[in-house]
Structures are given as structure tokens and as C-alpha cells.
Ligand binder design. Structure first.
Ligand code: OAD
Length: 245
């Protein structure tokens, strides 16, 4: 657990004036029961991203990719926001100058009440067409096979509206996240291994813009060295303390 000095330092930074930008990763949802990617039980320990999370994989085996995303959707649908999501949502309600960007596709920040989180890697509960501009919510319950489902407008294959390896991030979300990182006074980075760019690069944008960077993570990451304050602990335990009004 973090030392009391760092906790107090983080509390006072986060209570002060000036915009706050938050970047979250899979670790913020770990205590909700959503698997992370790179931990001991992480998804990328049992599955190969190049077989499931690339445009080439979808072109080669769309049914397998749908099956995997349906399984993930089912797991996430059973999960609820945890005290970390809730503390971040309360921070956003309390002050109007918080921008939250997330790499997570689980939708738990919005479910906890964060308004308009910037979902840099998309959302498991949306689908889009591979052929036309059709986009829609995925129903909360599973869509049955045959997979992939077809676009109601052009009969093209529907795919999960998530970012796969080798794909660009949604430009609107990325540019708003970058602008918020550059303009903020405090940048809070929670539960990410900090190895997937460009999302992880937001911490460096913030740092070079003069922000104080606070990391919340039980483990060291490549971002730790550049952080001004490091809080070693679980997001669901640390954030309610650091963000309590
Ligand atoms: P990772 O699985 O790479 O990293 C999860 C991080 O959360 C690690 O640094 C853990 O130490 C930390 N962690 C674990 N439990 C935690 C807890 N209770 N509280 C706080 N932190 C905890 O997940 P991401 O960094 O989010 O991309 O991964 C980034 C991207 O890589 C994902 O969005 C996904 C993946 O491939 C795509 O699918 C495009």
C-alpha cells in the first residue's frame, strides 16, 4: 500500500484548481471481475491477439472472432462497476473540469455514471459494419449464431466496434484525449501497463505540458519512472481514499 505522504500529496493535487485528466486501463476493472490482458490470469496469456483481435483474423475467421467477443461480452455483462469507477464518476460530478479517457471496452465507467468517457479502444457493446457506415448498440443479451451477424442496411458483416491491433484509434476520441492531456494540471493514470500506444503516450503529453502525473497501480510500469507520485495499490482501494471529497 502507498505511504501516507503520497496519499496526502495526491489528495491535495486532486482537490486543487485546474483541469484533471484521467487515463484508465484494464486494472481499473479488475476488481469488478473483468480479466486484464497481461497479468498472470490475463487474456493474452491464454489467447493469441493475432488470432482474435486483428482485421486479418476477422477476415480469416469471423466466426471464431465473434465467438470470442460473445464470450467476453457475456463475462463483462455479469460485472458491475467497483469503488474505483464510482470514485471517478463522483469526481466528475463534483467538478466540471475532468476528462476521463479509457482503454477499456467494458463500458463500466459509463455504467458508474461518468459522462461521456473517451473510449479510446471502442466498446464491446457496440457493433459496426465492415462495409458501410452502419453502427449500433449490441443488445445486452447475446446475439445467437450464425456469426458474423449481417448489417441491416447493406448485408455486410458486422464486427465489434473495438480497436484491433494495427488499427487507428477513433480520431475524435484521440484528439479530445490528447488535448485534455496537454491542458491538464493533474494527470491520473490508473491500472494500465502503459505499453500500448498511442493511449499510453497521453501520460507523456501531460508531463510535457507541465502536469503532475499520479500513477495508481499495484505494479511498476514504464510510466512509473516519469510519474510525480506513485500510489502502489488496487484502484478500488486507493481511489476512494484519494478522491474522497
Ligand atoms: P494490461 O492487462 O496490459 O495491464 C493491466 C494493468 O493493471 C497492470 O499494470 C496491472 O498491474 C494493473 N492492475 C491489476 N489489478 C489492478 C487493480 N486492482 N488496480 C489497479 N491496477 C491494477 O491492460 P491495459 O494496460 O489496459 O487493447 O492494456 C492496454 C491495451 O492492451 C488494452 O486496451 C487492449 C490490450 O491489448 C486492445 O485490445 C486494442
Amino acid at each position: 500500500m502507498s505511504d501516507p505522504g503520497s496519499l496526502a500529496g495526491a489528495r491535495s493535487l486532486l482537490a486543487g484548481p485546474g483541469p484533471v485528466c484521467v487515463l484508465t486501463g484494464a486494472g481499473v476493472s479488475a476488481e469488478s471481475g473483468v480479466p486484464t490482458f497481461r497479468g498472470p490470469e490475463g487474456l493474452w496469456r491464454s489467447y493469441r491477439p493475432e488470432e482474435l483481435a486483428t482485421p486479418a483474423a476477422f477476415a480469416r475467421a469471423p466466426e471464431l472472432v465473434w465467438e470470442w467477443y460473445s464470450w467476453r461480452r457475456g463475462r463483462v455483462a455479469a460485472c458491475r462497476p467497483n469503488p474505483a469507477h464510482e470514485a471517478l464518476a463522483a469526481l466528475g460530478r463534483r467538478r466540471g473540469d475532468v476528462t476521463l479517457a479509457t482503454q477499456n471496452v467494458d463500458g463500466l465507467h459509463a455504467l458508474a455514471g461518468t459522462r461521456e468517457p473517451l473510449e479510446l479502444h471502442g466498446n464491446l457493446f457496440r457493433v459496426r459494419c465492415t462495409r458501410c457506415r452502419f453502427r449500433a448498440e449490441h443488445p445486452r443479451e447475446a446475439l445467437p449464431p450464425p456469426w458474423p451477424p449481417r448489417c441491416p442496411e447493406c448485408r455486410g458483416a458486422l464486427r465489434p466496434d473495438v480497436v484491433w491491433f494495427g488499427e487507428a484509434l477513433p480520431s475524435e476520441e484521440l484528439s479530445r484525449g490528447t488535448a485534455a492531456a496537454r491542458a491538464c494540471r493533474v494527470f491520473l493514470v490508473v491500472g494500465t501497463s502503459g505499453v500500448v500506444h498511442p493511449a499510453a503516450g497521453l501520460a507523456f503529453e501531460a508531463k510535457s505540458g507541465g502536469a503532475a502525473v499520479i500513477e495508481v497501480n499495484p505494479e511498476a510500469t514504464p510510466l512509473s519512472e516519469d510519474a510525480d507520485l506513485v500510489l502502489r495499490g488496487k484502484a478500488g482501494e486507493v481511489l476512494p481514499q484519494v478522491l474522497a471529497p
